[in-house]
Design a protein around this ligand. Structure first.
Ligand code: HEC
Length: 317
């Protein structure tokens, strides 16, 4: 009996030792950065495998373009990054990031500026989640630059003049006034203000409810309006928006409402009208991608507008 016990203890110790060794090894491997972080002194954005337009905004904060392919997540892990924050609308590659030990947080923003609530939420995420943090939008030029500047200002990590220079380096277009204001007009947040911000830190952001969803749909609809006004081309005052991005965004926003809880609470006719509207946006998106002429596109966009009215007349007005 005594022998059995000591054998069992010896076996347990061996297992514990093995586990300990394995854990220490894999941990130190993951923790050791193998790619040097771009510095604050860099005069051009870094271009790394799968990761473009990378600019440092603070000690613990990089911004850049959307990670491209699995290699991008290897690069991020190699830089020592622990948390990725997407401010883009597209659904982030959460599983791929997790495979490389990286956490994704998804807090999308528009091009007009960032609300004080969202700034506080982004700042809280950067402060509380393990760093370094990689913050990205699509191209890494406008929205992630504004968001990076807002966070650095809100947390007092970097001064305003340096952040304006950082945004120039990222390539933020002069027209995005709301983004530039992030570097010049974001107040420093107190600990109490930060504590009030949401710490849900969703890995995939969901609009909640009809009003949120409609506001998102309206933003996308305005993008298409701007594109139409420019003759179905990228408008001068919104260089990051191109026709296929706007039309796809409108369809996506409408489609997203189909699964919303508040839609499910409505009747079958409401759902039918919502799907009809999403289908109208899909027809426009298909035509944009097929390179159809301005007249055809405007006719299809008019149909989308009619589909919005069809539902509003019945369910809103
Ligand atoms: C299937 C029904 C339906 C469709 C389709 C629809 N909407 Fe709505 N929309 C609503 C309802 C219902 C509300 C009112 C929400 C509320 O106040 O609770 C609303 C509200 C709005 C609002 C006001 C949001 C606010 O701030 O209160 C805007 C803007 C809007 N919709 C834009 C659009 C646009 C643009 C489209 C088409 C591209 C569209 N909607 C398609 C049902 C619809």
């Amino acid at each position: 009996m005594r022998q059995l016990t000591s054998l069992a203890i010896a076996a347990l110790l061996a297992v514990a030792a093995a586990c300990g060794t394995v854990r220490t090894d894999s941990h130190s491997e993951a923790a050791r950065p193998t790619i040097p972080m771009p510095t604050m002194a860099e005069t051009r954005p870094a271009d790394l495998p799968g990761l473009h337009n990378v600019v440092r905004y603070a000690d613990n904060l990089l911004t850049g373009a959307q990670p491209e392919g699995e290699v991008a997540f290897e690069t991020l892990a190699g830089l020592g990054v622990k948390t990725i924050i997407s401010v883009d609308g597209a659904k982030p590659a959460v599983e791929l990031a997790a495979k490389h030990g990286l956490r994704y947080v998804h807090l999308p923003i528009g091009y007009d500026g960032i609300s004080p609530e969202r700034k506080a939420e982004l700042a809280r995420a950067v402060q509380e989640l393990p760093g370094p943090v990689y913050m990205h939008c699509h191209h890494g030029k406008h929205r992630s630059a504004g968001a990076g500047a807002a966070v650095a200002m809100a947390l007092g990590l970097t001064d305003s003049a340096t952040l304006v220079e950082r945004m120039k380096l990222s390539g933020t277009a002069a027209n995005y006034k709301g983004m530039w204001a992030c570097a010049t007009e974001t107040p420093r947040l107190s600990a109490a203000e930060l504590a009030k911000a949401s710490n849900e830190f969703p890995s995939v952001y969901k609009t909640s409810g009809m009003v949120d969803g409609m506001v998102a749909i309206d933003v996308e609809n305005d993008h298409v309006k701007g594109i139409e006004k420019a003759g179905w081309k990228t408008a001068e005052d919104h260089p990051d928006m191109f026709p296929a991005k706007a039309s796809a965004g409108l369809e996506r926003a409408l489609r997203a409402m189909v699964d919303d809880g508040e839609t499910k609470a409505k009747d079958e006719e409401f759902r039918r009208l919502l799907l009809a509207s999403a289908d109208a946006a899909k027809a426009l998106d298909d035509a944009v991608k097929a390179g159809q002429g301005a007249e055809e596109l405007s006719a299809l966009f008019k149909k989308v507008g009619q589909s919005c009215k069809d539902c509003h007349t019945k369910y809103r007005d």
